[in-house]
Design a protein around this ligand. Structure first.
Ligand code: C2E
Ligand code: MG
Ligand code: MG
Ligand code: MG
Length: 277
């Protein structure tokens, strides 16, 4: 038993915690190797226009196939990447790869890339990375959307808004991801120039049984329309959910009903934007 710094605190050796720390460390070592070997992949999941049923954007979702653990979910490796500093290089790579991939897609289909708040800590770097990626890929800036979460905006950093405005000035779009999960200050929607708000999947899950979820989706759709923003409802898995969110005013949706995240090699061979239904 070890005495802590405070007078009445004592810390105990916790085998479970020690094992977890060891595992995190192991994952970090392997992740470092994976990034240097180019072993990360981007999968893409479609975002659908509910009226036309066409793909408007594909969201890039990072995948890591570990040699012995199999697919490690981003919910596990992204936090480790953030704590270890690896996220900067991984984030740069994701932006470049997504732009290269999207440049080959027909019909002006856009691409969206998730950005960690830590990537905004090096404002010059992310701006340069995005500009270079667009130039190298010959991708029109308007086809790139960067997805950020409230956790970035809570920091209320002046440079965050500057970075967003600098990239907006060349045509890059921004989306507020997972809306409704954090503090969800409505002020974020008017303070920052988002072109899109993504309502978290927890609201679509029980949209047909829970009046509160319904009310939130409807209110956010109305607000977004007034602010000239698009709404994407995440996590649509059933036809009933699709119908419900469309009736509540959502223009766009994403979820297993329309398509799971998949590698580029699995996309349909057709060169035209494909009707989903
Ligand atoms: P997100 O950006 O909110 O992405 C949506 C997540 O919901 C994805 O999980 C997707 O596979 C999942 N999803 C989509 N449709 C459905 C559905 O109908 N039902 C259910 N149950 N889930 C659905 P994924 O790929 O595991 O990613 C989890 C999170 O990891 C992402 O949430 C994002 O925050 C983060 N992430 C993924 N790729 C990157 C990346 O390249 N960079 C950063 N910084 N974060 C990433
Ligand atoms: Mg996202
Ligand atoms: Mg999301
Ligand atoms: Mg999420």
């Amino acid at each position: 038993k070890a005495k802590g710094a405070g007078r009445n605190t004592a810390t105990f050796f916790d085998p479970a915690m020690a094992e977890e720390m060891l595992e995190r460390h192991e994952i970090e070592v392997d992740l470092r190797q994976a990034t240097s070997e180019g072993a990360l992949e981007l999968y893409y999941q479609p975002i659908i226009d509910l009226r036309t049923q066409e793909i408007v954007t594909r969201e890039a979702l990072m995948r890591w196939r570990h040699p012995t653990r199999g697919m490690v979910p981003p919910g596990v490796f992204i936090p480790i990447a953030e704590q270890s500093g690896l996220i900067a290089g991984m984030g740069d790579w994701a932006i470049r790869q997504a732009c290269r991939d999207a440049a080959k897609w027909p019909g002006g289909i856009g691409v969206s890339v998730n950005i960690s708040p830590l990537q905004f800590r090096e404002p010059g770097r992310i701006v340069e990375t995005v500009k270079n990626a667009l130039l190298l890929a010959h991708l029109a800036p308007g086809r790139l959307t960067l997805e950020v979460t409230e956790s970035l905006l809570i920091e209320d950093n002046k440079t965050t808004l500057e970075v967003i405005n600098e990239l907006r000035a060349i045509g890059v779009k921004f989306a507020l991801d997972d809306f409704g999960t954090g503090y969800s200050s409505l002020a974020y929607l008017s303070t920052y120039p988002f072109s899109q708000v993504k309502i978290d999947q927890s609201f679509s899950r029980d949209v047909n049984s829970d009046e509160a979820s319904k009310a939130v989706i409807e209110a956010v759709c109305q607000l977004a329309r007034r602010l000239s923003m698009n709404v994407v409802v995440e996590g649509i898995e059933t036809e009933a959910q699709r119908m419900a969110v469309q009736l509540l005013g959502a223009q766009r949706a994403q979820g297993y009903l329309f398509g799971r995240p998949q590698p580029v090699s699995e996309f349909s061979k057709g060169d035209e934007p494909r009707k989903i239904a």
